[in-house]
Write a protein that binds this ligand. Sequence first.
Ligand code: AP5
Ligand code: MG
Length: 216
Amino acid sequence: MRLILLGPPGAGKGTQAQRIVEKYGIPQLSTGDMLRAAVAAETDVGKRAKAVMDAGKLVSDDIVIAIVSERIDQPDCEKGFILDGFPRTLVQADATEAMLAAKGLDLSVVIELKVNDKELVRRVSGRYSCAQCGSVYHDSDKRPAAEGVCDKCGSTHFKRRPDDNAETMTQRLEVYYKETSPLIGFYYAKGRLKSVDGMADMDVVTGDIEAILGAL
Ligand code: AP5
Ligand code: MG
C-alpha cells in the first residue's frame, strides 16, 4: 500500500500517519521530519533548509525529491509507505509519478484531510512532541496520560517546533494554498483522491481513513 496524506499544516497528517504505521506496519515518510533531522544533524541539506523552514517557506523541490527518492529505495518500503507532507508542489507531484513509474510501483490512494484555517492555527499553536520518539501531543486536546511523561516511550523531554507560531503559520498557510492545494485537483483528475473531514475527532478521522484503506 502506497499512500499520500495531503493537507494543510496542522491538518493531522503526522498524527494519522503514526496510527497507520501501527496498524499496517508500513513506514511514515515525512519530509518535514527528515528535514528537521537534517537540521539537527547540521548536514549540508540541514544548513540550507533551516532558515527556509523557520520562515514557513518551502525547501527546494530538488532537495526533497532527492531525499524521498533515496528513502523509498530502502528495504522497509518494499511493502509500501505513507508519504506525509510530500508531494507539496506540482513539480513534486510530477516527480512522484515519474519516480514510482521508474520503480514499477503504483500509488494506491491520496487522502486529503480537510480542516479550516481557524482550527489549523489553534492546533499548531498548542502542539508539542516527545523529544525522544516524536509522538505528537497538544496542550488541550491530547495530553499524555501521566503528566509530563510520553505515553509511548516514557521520556520526560518534550519540544516545540520553531515554525509553530502565529506569524510563521500565516506564511505556511499562504504557501499551502498557493503551492500545495492545486494537488487536490491534480489527484482528483487522476481518480486517486479521497477526502476526509479532518475537523472530526482524531479517532473518527482514523476510522474514516481505515475505511478507505480497507476498501482498496
Ligand atoms: P511539515 O513537517 O510537513 O509540516 P506541515 O505540513 O506544515 O504540517 P504539520 O506537521 O505542521 O501538521 P500535521 O498535518 O502533521 O499535523 P499533526 O498531526 O502534527 O513541514 C515543515 C516544513 O518543512 C515546511 O514548512 C517546509 O519548510 C519543509 N518541508 C516539508 N516537506 C516539504 C516538501 N515536500 N517540500 C518543500 N518543503 C518541505 O497535528 C497538529 C496538531 O493537531 C497536534 O497537536 C495534534 O495532536 C492535533 N490534532 C491532530 N488531529 C486532530 C484532530 N482530529 N482533532 C484535534 N486535534 C488534532
Ligand atoms: Mg506533520
